[in-house]
Design a binder for this molecule. Sequence first.
Ligand code: FHN
Length: 476
Amino acid sequence: MRIQVRRSQKQLIAQNIDMRRLVAILILCASVTAIMASGHGQGSQQSQAQPQAQPSPSPRPAIAQVPPEEAARELNNPRSKWFREAKFGLFIHWGLYAIPAGTWKDKQIPGLGEWIMNRAKIPVKEYELLAKEFNPVKFNADEWAQFAQDAGVKYLTITSKHHDGFAMFRSMVSGYNVENGTPFKRDVIKELAAACAKHGIRFCVYYSQAQDWHEPNGAGNTWDFGPDDKKDFDQYLRDKAVPQVRELLTQYGPIGLIWFDTPRLMNEARASQFTNLVRELQPDTLLNGRLGGKGDYRSTGDNRIPNEVVPGVWEVPATINDTWGFKSYDHNWKSVEDITFKLVDIVSKGGNYLLNVGPTSEGVIPEESVVRLRAVGAWLKPNGQSIYGTSPTAFGAELKGKDWRCTTKPGKYFIHLFQWPNGTFELDGVKSKIKKSYLLVDSKNKLKVNQSGDKVSITLPARAPDKVDSVLVLEY
Ligand code: FHN
């Protein structure tokens, strides 16, 4: 396999900033135009499209590019250091929608599990009765945090309130919450925050700041409350969303990041109410890119992986099947091979992978998700140093295929081999002198390196040490 070595991302940014600025601005304009034209923009106030878990086949970019100086700002932000190093996070979508689990009045409702209220146009008065049934007696925060640790994720982001408006935490602002409005009477966010702290997992919360189908003035519920443009959205922000975010920031210790979503009706002024609150109460907390104002990092579209290295700080939110919230009949689980590849692929392009699980109404993370994520965690144990804290590929030609990927640290290339080559692995265009090479799981056994000019050839053992991804290290 023959490839060209490229300079590092930081060098490129530093040395080519002027030349690239114009190109980047043009790309940015094209990306934004394409996203807005498609009507799917995360920041588009016009977009009423109901999201799908799977990417649509449209050519819109997975993520809007930003100018190089903006990417550099994201990368140099000390607040985002832990996030840049973490690379792998666990998303949890859990709420009342886990009870119907995709079926309403004996009918399977198409679309995402957590969107059932909207898709079936369930009136608030009917939907809110689910709270009286919510009693997830098998929920064990410690087991969830242990699972997150076993899976090798470094942060966990849970829905503290999704679009249905139901808070999974004790709230003085609205009685429509898990502690005051259900037979369960326990604060899920409190228990999970404590368990994550114990297991060394950064605790983060998702909060649907704009859509709230329970509130007359929240965005999204047009079947009970009429069109959004007739609503007093600022009343909803003032009396529910902003005070609830205040509760999240004051009741549960450090919050790694707040994951806002679908910024309908949001604008800079409205977004700044949240930004100011976060900066005032927890200045270290990161803001994601879907608030409706400037965030500390950006998300791709759901399940959208860019085709190339993307400068800056970003994350791919992704489903493990085809829904976020639990659906009893969604069995389209991604394989361990696919998840591992996606993790490495995303990291080699400079991003984080935020992989979702949707627990049941009993408080159980589906076994199919557990088995798969534990397998990824087992791979990460000996191979984690090729993921956590790494930088993107030094090459790039490999991104056209799926045989291998590269992640880097100073003085090291980690070559992830998804196809085990027959005898030798060859690199072309290597400018540095390779000092040694070995398999990450067998670092004592040095492999034979032949370097002639910028061509490098490594002699490999006959068998791959890992059937999914064997990591070859080249030190220079
Ligand atoms: O509408 C939500 C959806 O339910 C889910 O929470 C995803 C996760 O990225 N965000 C929105 C759609 O993009």
